[in-house]
Design a protein. Sequence first.
Length: 223
Amino acid sequence: MTSNEQSGSGNGQNRTYSSSLRFWHWANAIVITGSLLTVLINSTLLKGWTLATFISGELKKSGVTVTDDVARSVSHGLRDRVWDFHVYFGYGIIALLLFRLVTEFAGLTDKKLSRKIADYYRQYKSGQNKLIARGELFVKSLYAIFYLILIIMAITGLCLVFEDDVPALHKMHFIREIHEFSMYLVLGFLFLHIAGVYLAERKDKPGIVSDMINGGSKKQDKQ
């Protein structure tokens, strides 16, 4: 999910992505998409009373009559099953987040996100490639904020999963609100990310998607 690595000379681009970063990027895309889909399904197709009414109506067409309580129980069971998958995807997000943090702290110094933010900040303050540095600093800072949001979402998600085992968590209703708000922030970031990649492909960074798949290479600009 990182942006291109610009060479200092301006005569070429060195846009490479390590195998670990590419694995994290696409695996993270899959589990976050899966997590968001479970929320979408439960809030639309499996929505509370609407689903119970549908189940009762369909059974009645088949000559089976059930009480409202039974219909609600069945719908509740289906929703719980979908939430189980939501939890599994959540564990996947946590595992990938830990993997990303390990690669960040154990990786090469010049490849670390924190190092890149510091470098672009120094370039911006010194006036060196100020326009490019400002854009890259903005993008890298967004990624740092995204990781922070994932950490918050992971922690609050774990609290919700284990709230039945920790009575004190039942009283902290704000945890669910924070978790749900974090989800909307992640969704917003995804829209920004996709829009940014689309614009980059059409303007100054063609091939950025394929580079995230095959690793990229050093490319010389045609003059």
